[in-house]
Design a protein around this ligand. Structure first.
Ligand code: FEO
Length: 166
């Protein structure tokens, strides 16, 4: 279980790196709102990594950091990037589900309980990525539509987790 939790620290750090790379892509095409959304998302992923990091330590385990894979750095369009976000979040959901299955098999109730936060979080993560990708599908190549979404996404702010939440 410890090994698998350590791997998840790496996966969450990779998620952060992936979204930061997407932020750089959006900066490069001057969509500052999209870039803002991605930067906030990258910060959130760091808090996910820290949640696993702290939990492992709390249980007397040893965190061992591995190399973080290089993320892609080009996408064809905002829609292409958000299709990739959605797919990535589905992959993360599968990883969390695998961890839950392992905790159940090992009768590790504490880890099972900790993971429930992530089960709920993944529902939100998939839903928000899906909403934006659906909007982008609808507007197609309409520049005005993209700018409207850009304004919306520019409003997102990072809310640091409260004590006890992490
Ligand atoms: Fe850490 Fe986006 O799930």
């Amino acid at each position: 279980m410890l090994n698998a939790l350590n791997k998840q620290v790496n996966a969450e750090l990779y998620s952060s790196y992936l979204y930061l790379s997407m932020a750089a892509y959006f900066e490069s095409i001057n969509l500052k709102g999209f870039a803002n959304w991605m930067k906030v998302q990258a910060q959130e992923e760091l808090t996910h990594a820290m949640k696993f990091f702290d939990y492992i330590n709390e249980r007397g385990g040893r965190v061992r950091l591995e190399a973080i894979e290089k993320p892609p750095d080009e996408w064809d369009s905002p829609l292409d990037a958000f299709e990739a976000v959605y797919e990535h979040e589905q992959k993360v959901t599968n990883m969390i589900n695998d961890l839950v299955n392992m905790a159940m098999e090992e009768k590790d109730h504490a880890t099972y309980n900790m993971l429930q936060w992530f089960v709920a979080e993944q529902v939100e993560e998939e839903a928000s990525a899906d909403e934006i990708r659906q909007q982008l599908r609808l507007i197609g190549k309409d520049g005005r539509g993209i700018l409207m979404i850009d304004r919306e996404l520019g409003k997102r702010v990072f809310v640091p987790p409260q004590k006890g939440e992490i």
